[in-house]
Design a binder for this molecule. Structure first.
Ligand SMILES: [Zn+2]
Length: 181
């Protein structure tokens, strides 16, 4: 092996090391935890939420089909986040999907939900999160009805239904809701 060949091998080796080490900080930055307007410790969430709410919202669990509170709810009103009370879905966008989970064609506001890629269980799905507290809501699928063609498949446990006041159902603390608007 002549002198020039040895030198070029050494240079190539140095470049390879440089390329690998420069990639490391980017990886670390991507793994930094998300920041949401509402942030609580696991202990605080456990105190606030019941078991199934905690499992779905904070551990990305899924309630069993046809067991939730709202899959068959046909009353008029707004579905709020069970974690932070942000309005998420309106009854006018709810449709009968036959899946056993409350299903909506769109959120009440695009900013209310956050969409992330979920690759768990060997599938690539679009995960839906509350944009205010980061709570897991469910998944979005491209097989919904008009006008969006999308199906937001949501766990009842992630939601708290607030009936419209003229619906005849029991409106819980209407004064409190009006004050927050
Ligand atoms: Zn929330």
């Amino acid at each position: 092996m002549n002198q020039t060949h040895k030198l070029s091998l050494a240079v190539a080796g140095a470049l390879l090391v440089a390329a690998c080490s420069s990639a490391a900080p980017t990886d670390a930055a991507q793994k930094s935890p998300e920041v949401y307007p509402v942030m609580k410790t696991e202990a605080e969430w456990k105190k606030q939420l019941n078991d199934i709410q905690y499992h779905v919202l904070r551990e990305k669990g899924t309630e069993r089909a046809f067991t939730g509170q709202y899959w068959n709810n046909k009353h008029e009103g707004v579905y709020h986040c069970a974690g932070c009370n942000q309005p998420l879905y309106a009854s006018k966008d709810k449709f009968k999907s036959g899946t056993g989970w409350p299903s909506y064609t769109r959120p009440i506001d695009d900013k209310a939900v956050k969409i992330e890629t979920d690759t768990s269980f060997g599938m690539v799905r679009e995960e839906l999160l509350c944009s205010r507290c980061g709570g897991h809501l469910g998944h979005r699928f491209p097989d919904g009805p008009p006008p969006t063609g999308q199906r937001h498949c949501i766990n009842s446990a992630s939601l708290v239904f607030v009936p419209a006041q003229h619906d005849g159902a029991d409106p819980a603390n209407p004064d409190d809701k009006a004050a927050k608007k």
